[in-house]
Design a protein around this ligand. Structure first.
Ligand code: DC
Length: 229
């Protein structure tokens, strides 16, 4: 059976990574979290004391980094130059930093090239902000996963609590607003729903319900691609 490219885009906290991981497992595909790559660049820049507005310095750093994403039984591990940063890149400061460095076009060019190479042979579920619009604009399946701001803030707080980090709901919501605004209004590859994407508002839906709808979509498209082969 043809190994497809599944592109999942949407704002932060919409459930993309939970859906992506589970869908990839069901399909036997590789899951790629592109947000982790922008986070890796931001984490390294913050660590090196580089000003995130210094586009040249951040771009040089992005070009020199060795970012590895590895499947683990409990999720996805992230290594930067051999160092395990899986947890370190999940802080609010790195999230905001990732949103800032992702607005630098040359940084995007470096990471998009790596993402396209990773998905070249298909059989991947890739999530991010520009996967269906830029990275794989020809992806067979495109999903735009959305949810209300309140629900996304609630989910983020619950995720933090599960990791033993206590976060304030109002602050989380404000951080989400700030990232949404930056990610949707930047000039290069802003977050938007591709014209041919399946838009799904997951507010009030469980992850199982979301997964069931997307699996049905995959089955439908797979059927179509088989009949063409
Ligand atoms: O999905 P995430 O929260 O880990 O992403 C962190 C930031 O990275 C997000 O605010 C915007 C940026 N990003 C992007 O611009 N393009 C992508 N494909 C993925 C993430």
């Amino acid at each position: 059976m043809k190994r497809l490219i599944v592109a999942i885009d949407g704002p932060s906290g919409s459930g993309k990574s939970t859906l992506g991981k589970r869908l990839a497992r069901r399909l036997g595909y590789q899951y790629i979290d592109t947000g982790a790559m922008y986070r890796a660049v931001a984490w390294r820049a913050l660590q090196a004391g580089i000003d995130l507005d210094d586009a040249d310095a951040v771009t040089r750093l992005a070009g020199d980094l060795r970012i590895e994403l590895e499947s683990r039984p409990d999720g996805v591990g992230v290594r930067v130059d051999g160092r395990d940063v899986t947890e370190a890149i999940r802080t609010p400061a790195v999230a905001q930093g990732a949103s800032r460095v992702s607005a630098i076009p040359a940084v995007r060019r470096v990471l998009v090239r790596i993402q396209q190479e990773l998905g070249r042979r298909g059989g991947i579920v890739m999530d991010g902000r520009d996967i269906g619009t830029v990275v794989f604009s020809h992806a067979e399946i495109k999903v735009y996963l959305d949810a209300s701001e309140e629900e996304r803030a609630r989910r983020r707080c619950a995720e933090d609590a599960a990791r033993g980090v206590s976060t304030d709901m109002a602050a989380t919501r404000q951080a989400i607003q700030e990232r949404d605004r930056r990610d949707k209004t930047r000039e290069d590859s802003p977050l938007r729903c591709a014209d041919d994407a399946y838009y799904l508002d997951s507010t009030g839906l469980t992850i199982d319900e979301v997964l069931a709808r997307i699996e049905a979509l995959v089955e439908q498209r797979r059927g179509k691609s088989c009949s063409r082969d």
